[in-house]
Design a protein around this ligand. Sequence first.
Ligand SMILES: *Cc1c(COP(=O)(O)O)cnc(C)c1O
Length: 388
Amino acid sequence: MPRPIQATIHLDALRHNLQRCRAAAGDARVWAVVKANAYGHGIERAYPALRGADGFALLDLAEAERLRALGWRGPILLLEGCFEPRDLELCSRLNLWHVVHCDEQIDWLSQHKTHQPHRVFLKMNSGMNRLGFRPAAFRAAWTRLHALPQVAEVSLMTHFSDADGLRRGREGVLHQVEAFVRATRDLPGERSLCNSAATLRHALRLRLGDGGGALAADWVRAGIALYGSAPDHPAHAAADLDLQPTMTLASRLIAIQPVAAGETVGYGSAFTAPRDLRVGIVACGYADGYPRHASLSQAPGAPVLVRGVRTHLVGRVSMDMLAVDLTPVEAAGGPCHLGDEVVLWGRSGSGAVLPVDEVAQAAGTIAYELLCAVAARVPFAVDEADTP
Ligand SMILES: *Cc1c(COP(=O)(O)O)cnc(C)c1O
């Protein structure tokens, strides 16, 4: 028998979450952001559910090739654009739309030989200070780009730093929206502003001050919400936003230790049993991508479901194993046995759900990191079931 850990991708949940993003986006079209191998889900695995999107957005040219190999003929957007001039050849060959965020990328385009002019998304740095032209330089970049025979159409985009919070003024996005609108007011072209957080939290509520249309604009870029995580957790839980878990990481009990009061569990003796306990040993460790920071000290560690009942980690996570307190599980359903189901995040066979956001929070990180970090040694399965 292989080691019992497994990740399962739920296509019904991906479809459902895509519908949720679509509903929140109003009239805007939806990019399914599938960078980082579809946030760790696997592009090929997620594709049957996400092909209902209007386009795919990603960063890696090899991932764009994989989408074309799957038969996707619709839009693909390279969110960081080209990394060197010869990337433009692949854009021409595969008809990839690409972000232009710096002068060098315009230089490369001006030298590029192509029969098919490109669709580009000119990116504004409206406050994130990562990629893009500052508002004051935006128009000059647009004019240069627009004049190139290599360019068929220029669309406009920006990215929010605080769409998941209330920092930087009302709703976290308004100062950036204002900078974007001010600098683009009389420029033609489609617009794309919102990530998941902005789409779900703001798209339907905020209107641009000048009546210039919904913040949702022409395209939204939905990433983490597709994968069932609340972008603004813990302000909202995934269930509050009607998002369903798309990945289950599950394993089984491979040992049960009766631990007497005063004995310790695991490396560093970081946990001392306050009373007699039965501790379940689970085939999952940090070498599977489970976060070691989920349990470091005496305090109860991250939540976990054993046979669908919620309990928590005790002691440190080791490379291949972690330990859980079986008390609530056995109180609910009698003694545990080897082989009992353990859900690290996602859905239990019993129907119980453990949101990945809660595990991430317990580990001091965000769901994005956990979903992307499931290790190569973990086998994946695809659950094709339709929504009940
Ligand atoms: C990753 C990314 C997104 C998606 O962000 P989520 O928070 O996952 O929705 C949108 N736009 C850009 C430019 C990105 O890099």
